[in-house]
Each structure stands twice: as structure tokens, then as C-alpha cells.
Design a protein around this ligand. Structure first.
Ligand SMILES: NC(=O)c1ccc[n+]([C@@H]2O[C@H](COP(=O)([O-])OP(=O)(O)OC[C@H]3O[C@@H](n4cnc5c(N)ncnc54)[C@H](OP(=O)(O)O)[C@@H]3O)[C@@H](O)[C@H]2O)c1
Length: 336
């Protein structure tokens, strides 16, 4: 007996194929959109207790200001003792006493070191601090960008090597120093701060952009290496946040304060947000997640139009920064 397939039965093979591809594409887009929305707005990340109990230790680099300071404060609030590593000893001392006053149960140890110097003695001092402690969390936060957007050919070598020493070598060496203390516990978290500047190539911030792209590859490779050990590795895609580095003081829907941003990160560990196609990574702040979804899921991070927009944005920022520097130089001359 023949089965009547109705109009479908009369479709030619190519149009049936087209229909099938169209249906699959629609399902895939709907599924991805749903996943982004659930991950960004509904589903919680891993609880920090998964990585170690209260009273175990968290190491935060670049801890004396900006996002690092906020990571330190929020981890103290969650009951983790702290090893704070940063450049300026006085700022570390102030933060340490602020934390001890607010959270009397928390022990804080500090190490003032300059990651740009890449000194073996500094990393040995860090190893000594970590030795014998149950370290559950490492926040690889320390980072430096260019002082203003600058063509690569004109970038001072000192700035290039600082960025590479701090962002790349500093992160790798801090991780090599801390990781051995996580291995016996068979759990832990290594969280590294990435940036939209590395997610998509950023002209006039070429070295910074490259350093964060390097960290992306490294972090994903490490995550896969450690996936069977219980140690979780998470890479954070961040757009702008108020801080000394971004030079933005007032927050808005797209540029959160350090506090709101870090709160989102710590509540979304392991969640992808809008970072479509990036394993072991996420964009935890909601508006960053939507922007990441547009870049990674719609345009593509290497999209030439996106690159062009990014370039004109940074050319413009450079012009304004140079004009400001000129005004300040004129003012300085007036008063001397
Ligand atoms: N803010 C943003 O818009 C944004 C966006 C995307 C990604 N990120 C990433 O987030 C991380 C934190 O950025 P942030 O905005 O919080 O930066 P920030 O406000 O400039 O703070 C940087 C912190 O790192 C320390 N530091 C800088 N250079 C150092 C060095 N050579 N040796 C040791 N410590 C050093 C600073 O110490 P001192 O206090 O002694 O200066 C400070 O505690 C960075 O990795 C950055 O790339 C930030």
C-alpha cells in the first residue's frame, strides 16, 4: 500500500535537503540561544566549596587594587584565608588590615613582588608562602595593558616586555608555583583573567591582545590536561570594568563596577555565558555575555568588520589620550 506524504512527498531531493539544512540550522540557533540565556541568567556556577573548605587558602595575584582587591575581599567573605601578591607593599598592608578588621576569622599573608622583573627569588618567596598550606583557589588576575593605545612599531620595548612578563610569564610561573599544592587534594580552581582584547584581535593594543590570546590557549590546554585530576581551570572573558586599568570610574550597564563583576564571576564558575565555542571559559557578567555571544556566535571573533570597528575605536581613544596629555603638559608649563 502506498503512503501519501502530501506536499512533502512531491519535493525534489535538493529542496528536501535545503529544508532539512534549514530546519537543522534553526534548531541549532534556538538551542545555542537557549543555552546562552540559561547559562547567563538562570543556571548557577559551581559553589566555591567544591574547590576546598572554608579555612583553606586562596592566592590572588594583582591583589592590591581593582579586580584583584575585590576578589580578595569577596573570597575573605566566603571564608578563605588569603595569600595576596602584588607590586606595592603599602597597598597590600592596607588591604590586609582592612580584611582582618572586617573578617576576624581570616588569615592574610602578603608578598610584594614586581612580576615585570621575572625574578626567580620572587617566585621562590611565593613557593615558601604556599608551602604546607592547603591552597584551593588561584586567581591569576595580575595584568598590564598599554598606557595608551599605540601602534605596535612605536611601542617601547620596556612596555612590550613588561606586558609579556606580567601577563604571560607571571601567570604561568605563579600557576607552576601554586599547582603542586593542589594536586594531592585532588581538587582546586585555577581562574585566569582574560579579556575581550584577546578574544578578538585589538589593533593598537597588539601586545596586550596577543598576551591574552596566549593565555586563552594555555588555559584551555591546562584545563584539558587537568580535567581528570579534580582541579578545575576557568578562563574569564571580560569586557570593560571600572578600574585604574580601564580608566573608567563610573559604571553603567556595559561597564560594571569591580564589585558587581567579581560577584558575577564567583557565582558563574564553570558556566560558558556567551562564550560560544570556548570550552573551560566563560563571560560571567550578563552584558559581557550578550556581547560575547554576538562576537563568538554571530560575527566570529576574527571578523574583519569587527576588527575594523575595534581599530577605529582605538585610533580614536589614542587621539583623545594624546590631546589630554598635551593639555596637561601645557598646564604644567603654566605653573612652572
Ligand atoms: N578593568 C578592565 O576593564 C579589564 C577588562 C578586561 C580584562 N581585565 C583584566 O583584569 C585583570 C585586573 O585588571 P584591573 O583592571 O583590576 O587592573 P588594575 O586596576 O590596573 O590593577 C592591577 C593590579 O595588578 C597589580 N600589578 C600591576 N602590575 C604589577 C606588577 N608588575 N607586579 C605585581 N603586581 C602588579 C597592581 O598593583 P599596584 O596596586 O601595586 O599597582 C594592581 O593590584 C587584568 O589581568 C586585566 O587584563 C581588566
Amino acid at each position: 500500500m502506498a503512503i501519501d506524504l502530501g506536499p512533502l512527498g512531491q519535493q525534489s531531493t535538493p529542496s528536501a535537503l535545503l529544508l532539512g539544512v534549514g530546519a537543522l540550522t534553526t534548531i541549532s540557533v534556538l538551542f545555542t540561544t537557549l543555552r546562552v540565556l540559561l547559562s547567563t541568567f538562570i543556571l548557577p556556577g559551581h559553589s566555591l566549596s567544591k574547590f576546598g573548605p572554608q579555612g583553606s587558602w586562596a592566592v590572588v595575584t594583582g591583589a592590591s587594587d581593582g579586580l584583584g582587591k575585590e576578589y580578595a575581599l569577596q573570597l575573605a567573605k566566603k571564608g578563605f584565608n588569603l595569600i595576596l601578591v602584588s607590586r606595592t607593599a603599602s597597598k597590600l598592608a592596607t588591604l590586609s588590615s582592612q580584611i582582618k578588621t572586617s573578617f576576624s576569622n581570616i588569615t592574610v599573608e602578603t608578598l610584594a613582588m614586581d612580576f615585570s622583573q621575572n625574578l626567580d627569588s620572587d617566585y621562590s618567596a611565593l613557593a615558601t608562602l604556599v608551602q604546607g598550606k592547603q591552597v584551593s583557589i588561584l586567581i591569576n588576575n595580575v595584568g598590564q595593558s598599554h598606557s595608551i593605545p599605540v601602534p605596535f612599531a612605536e611601542t617601547p620595548l620596556s612596555e612590550v616586555s613588561s606586558i609579556i612578563n606580567i601577563n604571560c610569564l607571571g601567570t604561568l610561573r605563579a600557576t607552576q608555583t601554586v599547582l603542586p599544592s593542589m594536586v594531592p587534594q585532588k581538587k582546586g580552581l585555577i581562574l585566569t583573567m582574560g579579556s575581550f582584547g584577546g578574544l578578538t584581535p585589538t589593533p593598537l593594543l597588539a601586545t596586550y591582545s596577543g598576551s591574552k590570546a596566549f593565555l586563552q590557549q594555555w588555559s584551555n590546554a591546562l584545563a584539558s590536561e587537568l580535567s581528570s585530576t579534580g582541579i578545575e581551570v576557568f578562563f574569564v572573558h571580560s569586557y570593560l570594568v571600572t578600574s585604574a586599568m580601564s580608566k573608567i570610574r563610573r559604571s553603567n550597564w556595559l561597564v560594571p563596577s569591580e564589585r558587581s563583576f567579581v560577584r558575577s564571576v564567583l557565582s558563574k564558575i564553570g558556566r560558558r555565558g556567551g562564550s560560544i565555542g570556548y570550552p573551560y571559559s566563560g563571560s560571567p557578567y550578563w552584558s559581557h555575555a550578550l556581547l560575547a555571544a554576538l562576537i563568538t556566535g554571530v560575527l566570529g571573533p576574527m571578523n574583519s568588520i569587527l576588527l575594523g570597528i575595534n581599530k577605529s575605536m582605538h585610533v580614536d581613544i589614542r587621539k583623545r589620550a594624546l590631546r589630554k596629555a598635551e593639555r596637561e603638559a601645557q598646564k604644567g608649563k603654566k605653573y612652572t
